[in-house]
Design a protein around this ligand. Sequence first.
Ligand SMILES: NC(=O)c1ccc[n+]([C@@H]2O[C@H](COP(=O)([O-])OP(=O)(O)OC[C@H]3O[C@@H](n4cnc5c(N)ncnc54)[C@H](OP(=O)(O)O)[C@@H]3O)[C@@H](O)[C@H]2O)c1
Length: 328
Amino acid sequence: MAKQHKWGILAPGRIAAKFANGLKVLGNAELYAVGSRDAGRAKRFAEEHGFRKHYGSYEELVGDPDVDVIYIASPHSEHYEQTLLCLRNKKAVLCEKAFSLNSRETDEMIAEARRQDVFLMEALWPPFQPFYLKAHEIVRSGVLGDIINMHAWFSFIPPYDPVDRKFNISLGGGSLLDIGIYPVIDALSFLGVPDEVKADASFGQTRSEESIAAVLKYNSGKLATIYSSFRTNNGIGCDLFCEKGNLTVSRGRDMNQRVILDIHGKEKETFVFTPPALGYHWEAEEVMNCLDRQLKESPAVPLSFSAGLMLTLDRIRESAGIVFPGRD
Ligand SMILES: NC(=O)c1ccc[n+]([C@@H]2O[C@H](COP(=O)([O-])OP(=O)(O)OC[C@H]3O[C@@H](n4cnc5c(N)ncnc54)[C@H](OP(=O)(O)O)[C@@H]3O)[C@@H](O)[C@H]2O)c1
């Protein structure tokens, strides 16, 4: 019989609720414990989602000897310290993106996981999505030839709230770490870590970045342009411009995922995917598969990918003048 993995949720906010719903569809995931800075919030979340235990501090959660794996769902600024806390208590960790505020912190998190010999994975959503898998399958098949250049984007307009993590620079606010990370993931997954980065940004009332455009350049001459913004609303996607045609990958507000294959001289082909749910359960499933196999990192989201991703985000921030005070 498959091992039941006892999950702990650290920081029961908005995404944690969606993730908990994802856990409910997995037969080998036990919704076990919740840890919040506020005991009442932990209790309410536990009761709403059917967790057995609830704690009014993160320390109590990681101190529970029965917790197998912890999902960290706090703002970006908190991930570094909380991941170290979990790893040092020998808890496997699935930590939300962005993994930390900078490369130094990400590298330390990875080093600590290796020192403690404990599983660590960044909760990246795309690698498990049907549109992403289909796009990579098409590129690997060679029908488009080599990718020459690409453009990737993500924008939406959140309600303005200066204390919300999206606009609060002390919590790692700005579009880049929240949504700009996705076009950067696209660039890295199709072309690898860039050799040169140029970027510029515009800033809002809280001095957090609200729009960013970046050019990632590779020694091969390939270019990837990246756009993210909290001021426009054009969903998420990327265009690959290739030797023999183009591939457009997008997800609209209706959640439908589209992959449009446009080979020069041929009829366009469109693949539409309508995932049954948001898909967070695929991340949890990957974690449990890895734990069952005694792996310390995921082959689908290796720690080297997270390190390259954070290095690229650092370079974009440096070029665009985005600073997280006290954390750079
Ligand atoms: N993968 C995805 O598709 C996806 C989607 C949305 C968000 N995310 C990521 O998930 C993470 C959380 O996002 P969210 O929108 O769920 O955040 P949120 O609702 O603003 O906050 C989540 C929780 O973090 C805890 N927290 C700990 N320290 C905090 C601090 N200093 N200030 C504020 N809250 C603090 C709070 O819980 P307690 O006080 O109860 O402990 C809060 O409820 C971010 O890293 C974000 O990028 C991922």
